[in-house]
Design a binder for this molecule. Structure first.
Ligand SMILES: CC(=O)[C@@H](O)[C@H](O)COP(=O)(O)O
Ligand SMILES: NCC(=O)COP(=O)(O)O
Length: 247
């Protein structure tokens, strides 16, 4: 196993704060550059169809303005496919979207949506973009991702983070099993959604997970101690869980 666990910092909610006043501040690109200085391995941005946070011009600026790999989260729509093909991010993570949801409520249904997703996975992959599917930790979903030719899955950790006590342990067990299944069938395994200092450790300790994407909690913590320090503390939690000395 690779002991280094990559941290992708999701800067969506910097844009949420910016959009509250309609001006340019705070700038997600500036946040992305700061995240790089603080030790992020990548930047994640979700261009929602309703543009509630990240906007088209943010993706254009991130695609050329940062030295880190950009992971574009996108719904499987023609509009988003065209944007991804125009900007050619390092990776594209296909996510489900419901217009009225407060946040991404669950994973993509790669089994039921197989026929629809096939062309998106194929066209993104053919353009040299690393395709990832954001799925619930269910083996059948991983099998479908594999059959679609996606090299990567990102396991939705929202249910684990929201649960408490025995229910959280059960959700963690689902993630552990799914991560093992991902490795068994040759998929690179990422995880994310809702992770915090409190919840990150057990997920970071799963040896077959190689990347975590974390956003909302870090941006929230930035209010109290700054983004740089929030990222560094998250990084330390991840290293500690991975057994890296000096965390
Ligand atoms: C897919 C995912 O987990 C993130 O992109 C997250 O959804 C971003 O925040 P919102 O769900 O609030 O848009
Ligand atoms: N794909 C998950 C992600 O990018 C970050 O989710 P969150 O930490 O903002 O909930």
């Amino acid at each position: 196993m690779s002991r280094h666990l990559r941290l992708g910092v999701n800067i969506d909610h910097v844009a949420t704060v910016r959009n509250a006043r309609g001006g340019p501040h705070p700038d997600p690109l500036r946040a992305a550059k700061l995240a790089a200085q603080a030790g992020a391995d990548g930047i994640t941005a979700h261009l929602r169809e309703d543009r509630r946070h990240i906007r088209d011009e943010d993706i254009a600026r991130l695609a050329t303005g940062i030295d880190l790999p950009l992971n574009l989260e996108m719904a499987a729509t023609e509009e988003m496919l065209a944007i991804a093909l125009r900007h050619r991010p390092h990776a594209a993570c296909i996510v489900p979207e419901k217009r009225t949801e407060v946040t991404t409520e669950g994973g993509l249904d790669a089994v039921g949506g197989f026929a629809h997703l096939e062309r998106f996975a194929q066209e993104l992959g053919a353009a040299g973009i690393r395709v990832s599917l954001f799925v619930d930790p269910e083996p059948a979903q991983l099998d479908a991702a594999r059959a679609l030719g996606a090299p990567v899955v990102e396991l939705h950790t929202g249910a684990y983070c929201e649960a408490e006590g025995a229910a959280r342990e059960a959700e963690l067990e689902r993630i552990v099993r799914a991560a093992a299944h991902a490795e068994a069938i040759g998929l690179e395994c990422h995880a994310g959604h809702g992770l915090s200092y409190e919840t990150v450790g057990p997920v970071a300790a799963i040896p077959t997970i190689v990347e975590l994407n974390i956003g909302h909690f870090l941006v929230g913590e930035a209010i109290f101690g700054g983004l740089y320090s929030a990222i560094q503390r998250m990084r330390a939690c991840m290293k500690q869980a991975r057994g890296i000395v000096g965390a």
